[in-house]
Write a protein that binds this ligand. Structure first.
Ligand SMILES: [Mn+2]
Length: 221
């Protein structure tokens, strides 16, 4: 099953996280950092991942440890849920507009870590949130997920929009790996394969992708 559970405890944070890659986008996020709750709720929704996160962190210091450690835990969760990564497309990308902002994310689940981060957020704060922590979050994620992750601002002047565009485009780029994976399997499967065979062989595929497969098979024939 493409699910994982992370229980991560350090001197600074105590995190419980559940991830289902083949979810519907529902989430329960309680990180102790309001702006991060907002971002991760959108991340789950736009990636159609089911995601539950509970974090008790030392936010009396600042949000740094909580944000960084949740990034690490989320990356761990993706690495575990993807398992041996057999059949995945590896590459995904998405360019997401949000009003004046336009954000590009490209990802390669390569087994190596790299973060190319060029967001250029104009303000140091969004509400009480330190915007420099966005980089910490994604660096923690890239390191523990063992992926190459590039996040770039193409346009944007509003810090909230820029960061939100980054989380949405990261979600969509990761989710697009799953969609491309479906096309990969379509090429490998003959059109005479029954849904049953497809479901049995690729039992981890969500129902909606099987629907896409069915629709694609009909139009191809
Ligand atoms: Mn918002």
């Amino acid at each position: 099953m493409r699910r994982s559970e992370i229980d991560r405890k350090t001197a600074e944070t105590n995190i419980q996280l559940k991830l289902n890659l083949d979810g519907t986008g529902t989430s329960t996020i309680d990180t102790g950092v309001g702006f991060l709750d907002h971002m991760l709720t959108l991340f789950a929704k736009h990636g159609r991942f089911d995601l539950d996160i509970k974090c008790q962190g030392d936010t009396q210091v600042d949000d740094h440890h909580s944000v960084e450690d949740i990034g690490i835990a989320l990356g761990d969760a993706f690495a575990q849920a993807l398992g041996d990564k057999k059949g995945i497309n590896r590459y995904g990308s998405a360019i997401i507009p949000m009003d004046e902002s336009l954000i590009l994310t490209a990802v390669d689940f390569s087994g190596r870590c790299y973060l190319g981060y060029e967001l250029d957020i104009p303000t140091a704060k969004v509400g009480t949130f330190d915007t420099e922590l966005v980089e910490e979050f994604w660096f923690g994620f890239a390191r523990s997920a063992a992926c190459n992750l590039h996040i770039r601002k193409i346009a944007g002047t509003n810090s909230h929009h820029i960061i939100e565009g980054a989380f949405k485009s990261a979600a969509r780029s990761i989710a697009s790996i799953l969609l491309l994976q479906m096309k990969y399997h379509r090429r490998k499967e003959s059109s005479s394969d029954s849904d049953h065979r497809l479901r049995r062989r690729k039992s981890l595929l969500p129902e909606e992708f099987i629907q896409i497969y069915r629709a694609g098979s009909r139009s191809d024939s």
